[in-house]
Design a protein around this ligand. Structure first.
Ligand SMILES: Nc1ncnc2c1ncn2[C@@H]1O[C@H](COP(=O)(O)OP(=O)(O)OP(=O)(O)O)[C@@H](O)[C@H]1O
Ligand SMILES: [Mg+2]
Length: 317
């Protein structure tokens, strides 16, 4: 399958500050792709380059097969984006805004506009002035303007900003519908993993302009869970067990209190062997249980803190 968005060795500096050292990635039609990364990771910079708002220093970007540098217009007519606050006329109603943007394009009927208004969930407020809109309502109207052109690639920078939980769910449904039913290539950014987990089919984790992991949402959690699990032990004298463990294994044991410690274990075989040996050495185990499951949030924090060292090996496979 040909990628709809292809980024190759993209580089961008601001003065001496390297925002994107070297970014290569692909996004396909029919998927919601999430750019996930902490503040300053380079999400907006990448998105601005993709939407022609910023020029890259080096590298190649292709959209629907057109090179952004050489065939700027052809590439960008495929793209609909909301990067900064959408430009809206606040003294006009939502509907008049849409009509005005519709006039700039050909063949957009009122019927089509109504459909879009319905889709973004603004039907009951569309005739009010935009200055009376909440942030979330403006976002919805901005999305409506963007959708008018039926873009093949839809790019939204932090689209859930200002949306309430119901609004976030609604947006999620819209984006999934566009990707999965209309085959649109949807790219969103966020620093909230919990949100990306529900919204995206794949996420790319960005840290200091480097893509340290691209995977299907489920797979990121699986690899993280396969890697290590933390077990909570309830024993009689935790300090004795911990020092015995440290002497005999290269394991990470952390004493919590007189009767509890936590141990990070690679796999079930290791767990069985360690438990057996703890008991054979005269200690008593009252309970052992896995700590709560690793969340995408934990994985994300760990990856971005370490700069992705732990993941490098996975990508090489
Ligand atoms: N116009 C600019 N001039 C100088 N440095 C910039 C400029 N725009 C971005 N940067 C720097 O580039 C890096 C990436 O910024 P970017 O805005 O892309 O991050 P982000 O991932 O979108 O972060 P956030 O989650 O805060 O929106 C940051 O270190 C930022 O300070
Ligand atoms: Mg940003």
């Amino acid at each position: 399958m040909e990628a709809v968005v292809q980024i190759e060795h993209l580089k961008k500096k601001f003065g001496k500050k390297v925002a994107i050292p070297d970014l290569t990635m692909e996004v396909y039609a029919g998927e919601v792709f999430g750019f996930l990364g902490p503040n300053g990771a380079g999400k907006t910079t990448t998105i601005k380059i993709l939407t022609g708002l910023l020029q890259s220093d080096e590298g190649n970007v292709k959209i629907c097969g057109y090179e952004l540098e050489k065939e700027f217009e052809k590439a960008l007519t495929r793209v609909g984006a909301i990067v900064e606050n959408p430009e809206l006329y606040s003294y006009m109603s939502g509907w008049s805004n849409l009509k005005m943007f519709a006039r700039m394009r050909k063949g957009i009927t009122d019927e089509r506009l109504k459909e879009i208004v319905e889709l973004v969930g603004l039907s009951n407020r569309i005739h009010e002035k935009v200055k009376k809109y909440s942030l979330g309502m403006r976002q919805r109207l901005g999305l409506a303007v963007t959708l008018m052109a039926e873009p093949e690639v839809l790019i939204l920078d932090e689209p859930t900003n200002g949306l309430d939980p119901a609004g976030i769910k609604h947006l999620r449904d819209i984006l999934k519908e566009l990707a999965h039913r209309k085959n649109v290539c949807v790219i969103v950014s966020s620093h909230l993993m919990s949100e990306m987990e529900l919204m995206c089919d794949r996420v790319g984790i960005l840290s200091e302009g480097r893509l340290i992991q691209v995977q299907k949402i489920g797979a990121i959690l699986e690899t993280a869970q396969e890697e290590k699990t933390i077990y909570c032990y309830h024993v009689k004298e935790s300090s004795k067990v911990v020092s015995w463990l440290e002497k005999n294994y290269t394991l990470n044991a952390e004493k919590k209190d007189e009767e509890h410690f936590e141990l990070s274990i690679d796999n079930t075989d290791q767990l069985i062997e360690i438990n057996k040996n703890i008991i054979l050495n005269g200690f008593s185990i009252l309970t052992v249980c896995p700590k709560e499951k690793v969340s995408l949030e934990d994985v994300f924090l760990e990856m971005t803190e370490k700069g992705g060292d732990s993941i490098a090996s996975l990508n090489e496979e």
